[in-house]
Write a protein that binds this ligand. Structure first.
Ligand SMILES: NC(=O)c1ccc[n+]([C@@H]2O[C@H](COP(=O)([O-])OP(=O)(O)OC[C@H]3O[C@@H](n4cnc5c(N)ncnc54)[C@H](OP(=O)(O)O)[C@@H]3O)[C@@H](O)[C@H]2O)c1
Length: 170
């Protein structure tokens, strides 16, 4: 099972502010939907409860990570550790596990996932949730698509695919 992080981050690595996304970028939302097509999803509890979390999970196989016993997620499974969540996806026969954050979940999975799919939002923004620095000795940029801002998308942005360099962990 391939494990992939999907994230959108600003140039200063901000991914969230006050529990929500710090931007509105419809082009990224469309890209995100495309990327998670056919994926088994894994999310932290806070991201699941955020505004943008609400309908992402509808009709999808997913596992939610929380310490809270008795927590329920409609249509999804619950795991009390990331390892248990990954094991559930594996047991359910997932081919591709998309890890959707947030910051706490990214921090605990970036050292073990196979790929990163990153939307770079070309702006320096304020926020309180961050993505870890992407270490180029570990991650090889495989593909990049650059896009200009337009009437609907207020920042330039790039879609970037990273592969873990062979045999490099951590
Ligand atoms: N830009 C992006 O691509 C993107 C993507 C996703 C989220 N975000 C943003 O990121 C922010 C949320 O990130 P966050 O770090 O605050 O929250 P988070 O990672 O979504 O969720 C954290 C919660 O997950 C549970 N958890 C984490 N590690 C666990 C473990 N090892 N075992 C059991 N449970 C564990 C805990 O839930 P309990 O408290 O219930 O125990 C914890 O409070 C929001 O601003 C959101 O908008 C941005």
């Amino acid at each position: 099972m391939k494990q992939v992080i999907i994230v959108a981050k600003s140039d200063n690595n901000v991914i969230g502010s006050g529990g929500e996304l710090p931007w509105s970028l419809p082009a990224d939302l469309a890209f995100f939907r495309q990327q998670i097509e056919g994926c088994y999803l894994l999310s932290g509890r806070r991201s699941y409860e955020s505004e943008q979390g609400k309908e992402i999970f509808l009709g999808k196989d997913f596992v939610l990570i929380t310490h809270q016993k008795g927590y329920r997620a409609k249509g999804g499974k619950i795991a009390h550790s990331i390892e248990a969540g990954i094991a559930m996806a594996q047991k359910d026969g997932a081919q591709r596990l998309c890890i959707l954050g947030g910051a706490e979940i990214y921090r605990q999975t970036i050292n073990t996932v196979d790929e990163l799919v990153v939307t770079e939002v070309h702006a320096t923004l304020e926020g309180d949730a961050f993505f870890p620095a992407i270490d180029s000795t570990i991650w090889q940029e495989a593909q990049r698509e650059d896009h200009q801002k337009d009437a609907d998308n207020p920042y330039d942005y790039s879609f970037v695919w990273y592969q873990r360099r062979d045999g490099v962990n951590g």
